[in-house]
Design a protein around this ligand. Structure first.
Ligand code: F6P
Length: 534
């Protein structure tokens, strides 16, 4: 007999209560909510781990927060949160734990999973990676002619690229002044050709970063870098210029990198959650041991808040609930991330992988169709450039697009007039989006409907600790959304089909397989490409 399936999520009592409440909420004007309650900004502001979230410019009241928190409780957010932190195999489809939080536990903490003391292991590998990073920073780790390393190239893609690239840019102000960092991810040869042209093989260190050490893009780039290096130096110097970060020792050794030059991590670290592991090696080299320690502490401070704060005063939970509220009750399809900080310019791309690869799913953890809409499109770029590109659509377009503004109150430079202008623009956008302009004397094209919601995330200054807290905040937001939708946020089976087909088409482009086997469009494209490059 077939097992009886639970009622779809959309029909659960907490979801029904939210749907009823949403009918009224969709009629509210944000401006009026502020007029009705002078304490609104204070009431809807949370502080945690050096971050401040003002979520008052959203379509919600205290009743909404109560209903959303009840929904989160009914979905089992607290139970699954504890299971995740305990190291249970919550990534069921891959039978793995999701223990990135263990990577930022202080050395004094204890975490035993399946009889293994994970903190000791994490601390041992961290110390090894940091010691290597210090050698590069101090100039003790030299290239083949005895000169100091000047350029570090991280070769990786997805989580093995976006984390290192985003954080190295974000913490540029804390980085070693004499080291340059490069990030090679795309399989497009134009990228590596342009990068290698800037480098001196004698002073370049390649970090081959790949959890699996089988990813096509990374392996092709790594082999191209190796060939380039061997055109300039003897093979015996390879060890001074190539190190690896991976979980796959055999593949690393087969590439020609010894265990001594490999920085491992465990399979319970998901790619998009891996910046805290040795995947962060380029960041460790950039900012050094103390700052990297502060980065981990910032992440851990957010973990503690996430574990301890009640649901209705919990920053990651509220961020997730607000996102859920718009996605499923206001039918929004995208979420804009607008960091008003040039050094956070890669943060939207980082969050694209984090949120869309985690929650771009359509079946529940038990394989049933999800009855609600899941991940919205995450997009964005740094302000104020964004205002001169697509903000027109936010103000007067036909879609409702919630915005997360992210801003640091103090700059890392002394151009205070420019920093005040940056802050003024950021706050003005949030205000303009909310209030709009309705004036009967204006022609329609000059009117702004307003009522567009936003979150404002403030930090005192962008530092290793606040960056750590910011990343952990969005990681937990992503996890909570997955729990609300009952999906597994930690696998990514959706990337497999394209990978498999690309391998098949590659063999056809090579000419080794010539029988047309696809649809007429794909076959014609392959033929054209084969003829062009033969
Ligand atoms: O895009 C799929 C994916 O597996 C990501 O989850 C991962 O971050 C990326 O590829 C890179 O994988 P790897 O680190 O194994 O090279």
């Amino acid at each position: 007999m077939r097992e009886q399936q639970p009622a779809p999520l959309i029909d659960s009592p907490a979801a029904v209560a939210l749907a009823k409440h949403a009918q009224a909420a969709r009629q509210w004007r944000l401006r009026e909510l502020f007029e009705q309650d002078a304490s609104r900004a204070t009431q809807f502001t949370l502080e945690a781990a050096g971050l401040c979230l003002d979520f008052s410019k959203n379509h919600l009241t205290s009743e909404t927060v109560k209903l959303l928190a009840e929904f989160a409780e009914a979905r089992g957010v607290e139970t699954l949160r504890e299971a995740m932190f305990r190291g249970e195999r919550i990534n069921r489809s891959e039978q793995r734990a999701a223990l990135h939080t263990a990577l930022r536990l202080p050395a004094s903490a204890t975490l035993t999973v399946d009889g293994e003391d994970l903190v000791s292991e994490v601390q041992r590998e961290l110390a090894r990676a940091l010691a290597f990073a210090e050698r590069v920073r101090q100039g003790d780790w030299t290239g083949f002619n005895g000169k100091k390393i000047t350029d570090v190239v991280n070769v990786g893609i997805g989580g093995s690229d976006l984390g290192p690239m985003m954080t190295c840019a974000a913490l540029r102000a804390y980085a070693h002044p004499d080291l340059r960092f490069h990030f090679l991810s795309n399989v497009d040869g134009h990228a590596i050709v342009a990068t290698l042209a800037k480098l001196d093989p004698a002073t370049t260190l390649f970090i081959i970063s790949s959890k699996s050490f089988t990813t096509q893009e990374t392996m092709l780039n790594a082999h191209a870098a190796r060939r380039w290096f061997l055109n300039h130096a003897d093979e015996k110097y390879l060890a001074q210029h190539f190190v690896a970060v991976s979980t796959n020792t055999a593949a690393v050794e087969a590439f020609g990198i010894s265990r001594d030059n490999m920085f491992p991590f465990r399979d319970w670290v998901g790619g998009r959650f891996s910046i805290w592991s040795s995947i962060g090696l380029s960041l460790m080299i950039a900012i050094g041991k103390d700052h990297f320690g502060n980065f981990l502490s910032g992440g851990h401070a957010m973990d503690e808040h996430f574990c301890q704060a009640p649901l209705n005063a919990n920053m990651p939970v509220m961020l997730a609930l607000i996102a859920f509220w718009y996605r499923d009750y206001f039918e929004t399809s995208s979420q804009l991330i607008a960091p008003y900080h040039e050094d956070l310019r890669h943060f939207p791309a980082y969050l694209q992988q984090l949120e869309m690869e985690s929650n771009g799913k359509r079946v529940t953890r038990d394989g049933q169709p999800v009855s609600m809409k899941t991940s919205p499109v995450i997009w964005g770029s740094a302000g104020t450039n964004n205002q001169h590109a697509y903000f027109q659509m936010l103000h007067q377009g036909s879609d409702l697009i919630p915005v997360d503004f992210i801003v640091a109150l103090k700059p890392m430079h002394d151009l205070l007039d420019q920093h005040r202008a940056l802050l003024a623009n950021c706050f003005a956008q949030a205000e303009a989006l909310m209030n709009g302009v309705q004036d009967a004397s204006l022609p329609p094209h000059r009117e702004f409907p307003g009522n567009c919601p936003s979150n404002m995330l403030l930090m005192n200054q962008l530092s290793p600790a606040t960056l750590g807290a910011l990343i952990a905040l969005y990681e937990h937001k992503t996890f909570v959304l997955g729990v609300l939708w009952d999906i597994n946020s930690f696998d990514q089976w959706g990337v497999e089909l394209g990978k498999t087909l690309a391998l098949r088409i590659l063999s056809e482009l090579d000419g080794s397989e010539t029988t047309p086997t696809h649809d007429s469009s794909t076959d014609a494209l392959i033929k054209r490409a084969r003829d062009a490059i033969k």
